[in-house]
Every structure is written in structure tokens, then in C-alpha cells.
Design a protein around this ligand. Sequence first.
Ligand code: HPA
Length: 276
Amino acid sequence: MSVNPIYEKLTSCVEAVRARTDFVPKVAIVLGSGLGDYAKQIRVETEVSYADIPGFPVSTVPGHAGKFIFGYVGDVPVVCMKGRVHYYEGYAISDVVIPIRLMKLLGAEILFLTNAAGGVNTSFHAGDLMLIRDHIAAFAPNPLIGPNVDELGTRFPDMSEVYDRKLSQIILDTAQEYDVYLQEGVYTQMTGPSYESPADVKMLRVLGCDAVGMSTVVEAIAARHCGMRICGISCISNLAAGLSPNPLNHKEVQEAADKAAPKFQKLVTESVKKFA
Ligand code: HPA
């Protein structure tokens, strides 16, 4: 039988990490752009730079410096991705999801996705946090295109509950407990790197989208394919195009996300502690 090249690359990435640490995480956390220095919340055991993993996709975006942080949030062993790559950087979509599959093969059963996003729902405000209830995948390339990686999952995986109900309830309860105002909604991934036009945003709203960004959906699909339980939070860093008089720029998006970082970090930390 011929070896699937995607699986072969993944296996060599796993070996490179395993040459540096034998830490087994339970929860994998992906940090979105500008969402603060989450490492402060982690009792760090060890770190592995993406650059030390041959074949691993390395981000080209300022503010997305890349490394895995292994350690504990409370008593829960976690691996945290500081920096992720985006499809718009030019990587093959199968490369964009290598990190997710890698963390699964290192032992992670749960994936906590975070991002900065534009608010499409007109009742949202910049600085709000949104629990991701579901997503629209139709505008992003499917990360499972190509020969199926049978070692990870089936050819036609079910996506009827991508975002785990129990994990989501824990996040909602935790938000209430710590007085963090939490919106809920549907996230859509566009490819970027240009932001949407006002007409794009109007279309997305008609389709039932509440928040728009350039990540997360392809990662969620790859994670579901390999059987991970998933939850996600968007930080609404800005109102999407057409909803505010100001043009969008990356710096302001990052600054708004940074401002929401303390409540975001609290919510992630206290929720993850209950994922034990
Ligand atoms: N659109 C797309 N991606 C984003 C946005 C946006 O308005 N804000 C932050 N990431």
C-alpha cells in the first residue's frame, strides 16, 4: 500500500516534537491574533518552536510568532499554540491543518479554538466575546480535500455537531460565573487577506453568520475528522465592513483584541480547568 504523503509529513512532525518532549496534553488551545500573552496563564513545562519542526508551517504575519507551549492550566495538561498559519499566507490547505492533527497525535482530545473576528450581527460591539455555536464552511477550502488520511478518520465525516455541546455549556456557565458577557453565534471563515466588502458582510448576515474571520473553520473540520471534541470563542475586534464608518486595519484589530484579552484569558483558563 502506498503511504499517504500528508500522513508521512505529519508523522515526521510528531517525531520532531517527540525528540524534544514526551509531554502528553489533554487540551489543545489555539490562540488568535492579538489575544494577549496567554502563556502567563500556563504553568509551563517546555516549549517547542515551530521552526524546529521540519515541514511545519511557519507564520509570516507580524504578531503571530510561532511555538508550542506545553504545560498545565490548573491540573489540566495543555498544549497551547502561540501563533497559527492562515490559508492566505499561501500554504496548501493540508499544511494549514498540520498543527491540529499533530496536537491530536500528541494526545490532545479537546481543541479550544480562539480568533479575532469581525462582528456581522448588528447587535454585537467591538470587544464582545462570542461562543462559536456553528460555522459556515462554504467560503473556505475544505482541508480534507485529497486522499483521505485513513489513519485519522473517515472520508465523509459528519459535521452535525462540530462544536461540542457539553464543552460549550461549560464555557457559558463559566462566563456567567465570572461575569463575562458572552454572545453566541455562527462563525464564517473567508480566505482573506483582504477584509470583506460591505456587500460581502450583508450577504453573510443574510446567510445567518454572526462573526467573520480568516481562520478556525478549516481547523475545526480537521479536528472533527480526527475525532477531537471542539469548542471556540471569537473576540469581536471590530464591526465588519459597512457597519462602522471607519475603514479596517490590522493594527486596530489587534489592539481591540488586546483590550479584551484579560476577560478572554479568564474565560479560557477557568473553562479549561473544568475540562479535566
Ligand atoms: N473580517 C475578517 N477577519 C477579521 C475581521 C474582519 O472584520 N476582524 C478580525 N479578523
